[in-house]
Design a protein around this ligand. Structure first.
Ligand SMILES: *Cc1c(COP(=O)(O)O)cnc(C)c1O
Length: 414
């Protein structure tokens, strides 16, 4: 049983026993900073700066255009995709690194809708990440074939699945609440209704073991810069289940998705498999940084990562109760089977409280209207970081330092 009241020494003991502790050395983290925002932008992998410099100075600077072949640049969407496939339990050959999450969603959703003609509904979760909603809405309008986006509360998704639904579009872990969907059950239910499923793995890839193939998922997309630590605006990924790959046409058909890009033919002919979901020239420098993040994640056992993440989120919830009683609401499920890798608290003064925390070296973020979000990233966080962050939070609440004028001004990015 966990203690009813934690001490810093309890948490130091957990750090000493932590099998993942050495992974912290794989990242470059500023001293005296507790980084609880790796679910939004992961930190710099220790190898990334040198690797990017090598790609820039040698492969680009010296190799120039020869590096598409000699450094293998042309294959990186596939080779990095294979690394991601391992991390998300996708079938070999199903996954590519390309474009952004938003763009990949557009491509796959358009392709999936075409596989389910006559079904007008794109079913998604109310409160899904806005870009997912906007891309779906924009695509429905562009297609002009009567598609509509239906948003259902998380507990009502199953009941809403019927033969009008073409595609179930879900984000595995909700960005606001941190609530986790049952991928296996929902995929099965969607298939039973004749619908296809697109999973957005923005908040789960790299954070927990996934089994896309075992769940029979049709399509997936996800971010490179969150739990995969690929750097700001890192290339994203997409997964097309092999059973759909040769019958599906992505919503954007570019030359990198052509069967023979360097034949320069006048008509589009899709490449075999998931390659057809590629569009144009990949950003090589960004891919080099992303690969460093992927290599760190691949070296870790994601089951251990998940166990530590749940332990951390439970402890953080305990510490908020223990050190800041009565101050915050809790949005993240207490039930571990429903919890992703973050803790979301609510408070009407979420924004200035977070600014006060950041000023004290504890970085999380806020989401509208009143949410303080703390990402738990087991590869570089220590249990004692949670204690230290909670002590600072308690101090800010007890002394009401968040009320100072300098914490009230809103920045462009929150
Ligand atoms: C972070 C996030 C995105 C980001 O999309 P970009 O195209 O990289 O800006 C998309 N979907 C979800 C669910 C996210 O959490």
């Amino acid at each position: 049983m966990p203690p009813t009241s934690w001490t810093r020494a309890d948490l130091a003991a957990l750090d000493t026993a932590d099998e993942l502790a050495s992974f912290r050395n794989e990242f470059r983290l500023p001293a005296d900073l507790i980084y609880l925002d790796g679910n939004s932008l992961g930190p710099l992998p220790a190898q990334a700066a040198a690797r990017v410099a090598q790609v820039v100075e040698q492969q680009w600077g010296e190799g120039l255009i020869r590096s598409w072949n000699s450094a293998g640049w042309i294959d990186w969407p596939v080779t990095l995709g294979a690394k991601i496939a391992q991390l998300i339990g996708a079938a070999p050959g199903s996954t590519r690194v390309a474009d952004s999450t938003s763009v990949n969603l557009f491509k796959l959703l358009a392709g999936a809708l075409a596989l389910r003609p006559g079904r007008p509904v794109i079913l998604t979760e109310a409160g899904n990440f806005p870009t997912d909603l906007y891309i779906a809405q924009g695509l429905a309008a562009l297609l002009d074939r009567g598609h509509r986006v239906v948003q259902a509360a998380p507990d009502e998704i199953t009941a809403r699945l019927d033969d009008s639904v073409a595609v179930l579009l879900l984000t595995h872990v909700n960005y606001r609440t941190g609530r986790l969907h049952d991928m296996q059950a929902l995929t099965q239910q969607a298939h039973a209704a004749g619908a296809l499923v697109i999973w957005d793995l923005a908040h789960s890839a790299g954070a927990m073991p996934l089994d896309l193939d075992g769940c029979d998922a049709d399509f997936a997309i996800g971010c490179g810069y969150k739990f995969l630590n690929g750097g700001p605006g890192a290339p994203a990924f997409l997964m097309v289940a092999p059973r759909h790959a040769d019958s599906f046409t992505p919503g954007l058909t570019g030359w990198f998705g052509h069967a023979a890009p360097f034949a320069f033919e006048a008509e589009f002919r899709p490449a075999k498999g998931a390659d057809r979901a590629l569009v144009g020239t990949p950003g090589i420098i960004g891919m080099a940084a992303l690969e460093c993040g992927l290599d760190v994640a691949l070296a870790a056992d994601l089951h251990e990562v998940r166990a530590k993440s749940l332990r951390m989120s439970s402890i953080l919830m305990d510490l908020v109760d223990q050190l800041c009683p009565g101050h915050f609401g809790l949005l993240t499920p207490k039930d571990e089977t429903l919890r992703g890798s973050q803790v979301s608290l609510t408070h009407d003064a979420a924004y200035p409280i977070m600014q006060a925390l950041i000023a004290r070296g504890v970085i999380g973020d806020v989401r509208q209207p009143n949410i303080l979000r703390f990402g738990l990233t087991p590869l570089y966080l220590r249990f004692t970081d949670l204690w230290d962050a909670a002590v600072i939070l308690a101090d800010i609440m007890h002394n009401a330092t968040w009320q100072r004028p300098e914490f009230q001004t809103r920045q462009k990015v929150i």
